[in-house]
Design a protein around this ligand. Structure first.
Ligand code: ATP
Ligand code: MG
Length: 679
């Protein structure tokens, strides 16, 4: 066993027996390593059966890595049956087994953000007869926030009395009703419905309590109220709940993560053993000192004293650049130089930013200099229109009650079911309370529809029923998908509607990529199915599946570009934390009015602590915005790093502060930076 690879505190945590356990530790202190060793210990030394172990984390990558580490220690065979999953995939698993208790069908669809927005837009129109423009995303955000706090539609109280709140209050119940009618769930439902299932059905709760006898949770600081309730319910009988987290790395407040969950664990689980880990094994002394110096400015936190046995290492670099292009060039220069000097791989470098839009200048420069890179996140493959169109067909084939997607494909590509016909069908469905699919099947009873429309509808129904059968042929799924693309003439539709031939080609290739994704899903999965494939696609939190998964991308020798959010839990020898400016980090929030500076500081802390040996902070004096040059103010967090840790490049000419940006704090940060630059 690898317990010898742990320090005494880590070992204490890994070998803990029964009862609640809280491991509270800073970044890079080996929390994730403790979890994997604890799983191995439970299995090897305590004889716990694999199916009694449940480990939960936040991203697919983290879950996959955890499984791999455990398999290395125990061997694949002894891990079979262990559930090592994200919250969402755990919940899908439970719902596929037991959702009927909540009066849904097992073939439920999982709605993507795009599906949700389509539905919300529709509902806004139904509610708002005045025709005012509402931003569907903002309404969705309010609803999602309520769900994460476990507030059902009937308890949604209007607090701030703005138009959006009233709109959200009106849409929320309709939205839930529609989802139910379409036999669909959204991401927030996944967690909320499982919590409800366990609360309302004691027999189901008992079943899962008996199954998951040891529960381990990584990145516990990011759980929201719904996830917390879920854990509390599951661990309710045996209290064998081990949670691992760092209050300083809580960065999902905007998604309802509740720091209280970690700060109050001991109160909620009496008798909990608390283990603190303070030795950092990841970063050099200077990097760690910079991280500590920043995070100590947050008020509500548990004091931690992270230290490292490593040397101080080089100072943290700060590059103040002219503009975004200069910033990108400066980063490339460093990569070229250090890679050569220290014989590094491209994959030893990561460029981290606060918002995905910041990646553009870096991508361009990387391409220009022929440096291989991978972009993680950003425009998700499955968010592209042509991909969504194809997936919509598949979603309807699996669940014909899915009306959002049924309407998406009803007349796409054009097949003679125009808007008037569609309206007539929808109206009939509403009047008779019959699902739209049933209305389509019996459309011949609607005398006011013309012959052409009747024919088109009948052909569509026949097409879908035929493909539902075809997809059931054993081992023929990829062929069937290609047949479907050809028969529906999706490619021709793209060539017909997209003028730019290069763009059109790329879109067609993207559809082919879906077939590839399906093929590689079929290879990996023991008992593959079309619903299973759609589920994988829905739960994807990374770029594309299959051939070009995030995993494989990271293995390729390429510079990694990603947001700070998606870098959580990862580490890289060299990290560039770019755009260290006010409005980026801290970010000028647009969605919510509540500006959470502490959370921005935690993000900065997460970014800094990804670095193992070298950290470079960069910022620009000015940036183009709406075609105009704007002066930028260095991030206030820079000023929190003691000057002796920083190695700042000298700017030739001090940036001028525009009048309106002379906010007190910013100018203090600015003055500090200037003094660093001047020393
Ligand atoms: P984060 O807060 O970023 O999620 P973490 O606390 O989960 O970090 P790990 O990722 O588990 O930390 O470990 C950080 C690094 O330290 C890894 O490279 C890991 O292999 C190494 N490490 C952890 N514990 C030890 C140890 N006892 N001896 C040597 N290396 C260790
Ligand atoms: Mg970790």
């Amino acid at each position: 066993m690898e317990l010898s690879l742990l320090n005494p505190q880590q070992r204490e945590a890994a070998c803990h027996g029964e009862g609640p356990l809280l491991i509270l530790a800073g970044a890079g202190s080996g929390k994730t390593r403790v979890i994997t060793c604890r799983i191995a210990h439970l299995s090897a030394a305590r004889g716990v059966a694999p199916e009694n172990i449940l480990a939960v984390t936040f991203t697919n990558k983290a879950a996959r890595e955890m499984r791999e580490r455990v398999e290395e220690m125990l061997g694949k065979k002894r891990c079979k049956g262990m559930v090592i999953a994200t919250f969402h995939s755990l919940c899908v698993r439970i719902l596929r087994e037991d959702i009927e208790a909540l009066d849904y069908k097992k073939n439920f669809s999982i709605y993507s953000t795009a599906d949700q927005l389509r539905l919300i837009k529709d509902l806004i129109q139904q509610v708002d007869i005045g025709g005012r423009k509402f931003d569907a995303e903002r309404v969705l955000y309010a609803i999602s926030d309520a769900k994460n706090r476990l507030v059902p539609p009937e308890k949604f109280a209007v607090k701030y009395h703005d138009d959006y709140e009233y709109m959200a209050a009106a849409v929320y119940p309709r939205y839930q009703k529609a989802l139910k009618a379409f036999n669909a769930v959204d991401f927030d439902d996944l967690i909320m419905l499982v919590a409800r299932l366990l609360q309302e059905h004691p027999a189901v709760l008992e079943k899962y309590r008996a199954r998951f006898r040891y529960i381990l949770v990584d990145e516990y600081q990011d759980t929201n109220a719904a996830q917390y309730l879920l854990l509390k319910l599951l661990a309710g009988g045996h209290h064998n709940l081990c949670v691992v987290g760092d209050d300083d790395q809580s960065i999902y407040g905007w998604r309802g993560a509740d720091l209280g969950n970690i700060l109050e664990f001991e109160r909620d689980f009496p008798g909990a053993r608390v283990v603190k880990l303070e030795q950092n094994y990841r970063s050099t002394g200077n990097i760690l000192a910079a991280a500590n110096a920043v995070i100590k400015n947050n008020g509500k936190r548990r004091e931690k004293a992270l230290w490292t046995a490593d040397g101080a290492g080089p100072r943290v670099d700060y590059l103040l650049c002219e503009d975004e292009e200069d910033e990108a060039r400066a980063v490339m220069e460093r990569i070229h130089g250090e890679r050569f000097r220290e014989e590094l791989n491209y994959s030893d470098f990561a460029i981290l930013y606060r918002t995905n839009v910041q990646s553009r200048a870096f991508e361009e420069q990387l391409r220009y200099e022929n440096i291989p890179y991978v972009l993680i996140g950003g425009q998700q493959f499955f968010d592209r229109k042509e991909v969504k169109d194809l997936i919509a067909y598949l979603k309807v084939l699996v669940n014909h009650r899915d009306e959002v997607n049924l309407l998406r494909i009803l007349n796409y590509p054009k097949r003679g079911i125009g808007e008037t016909t569609a309206d007539r069908l929808i109206r009939h469905s509403a009047q008779t309370q019959k699902p739209l699919w049933e209305v389509l099947k019996s459309a011949s009873e609607l005398d006011d529809l013309g012959d052409k429309a009747q024919e088109a509808i009948a052909a569509f129904v026949a097409l879908m029923e035929r493909y539902r059968r075809l997809f059931n042929r054993h081992g023929m799924m990829v062929e069937t998908l290609r047949e479907l693309i050809a028969e529906v003439r999706l490619e021709q539709e793209i060539y017909r509607t997209v003028d730019d031939p290069v763009k059109a080609r790329r879109r067609v290739e993207n559809m082919e990529e879906v077939a590839n994704a399906l093929a590689s899903y079929l290879e990996r999965e023991e008992s593959p199915s079309l619903p299973g494939f759609l589920e994988k696609v829905s739960l994807l939190d990374e770029e594309r599946p299959g051939r070009d998964s995030k995993e494989k991308k990271l293995q390729r020798d390429a510079v990694v570009l990603m947001s700070i959010h998606s870098s959580k839990g990862l580490e890289f020898p060299h990290v560039f934390l770019v755009g260290m400016e006010e409005e980026f980090l801290p970010h000028k929030k647009t969605l919510t009015e509540t500006f959470d500076l502490d959370e921005e500081r935690r993000l900065c802390y997460v970014g800094i602590t990804r670095a193992r040996r070298r950290l470079v902070l960069t910022g620009a004096r000015r940036r183009k915005k709406y075609g105009e040059m704007q002066l930028r103010v260095p991030s206030r967090f820079l000023a929190e790093i003691p000057a002796e840790l920083l190695n700042a490049s000298r700017g030739e000419e001090p940036p001028q502060l525009p009048e309106e940006e002379k906010d007190q704090r910013a100018s203090k940060a600015f003055a500090n930076i200037m003094s660093i630059l001047g020393d």
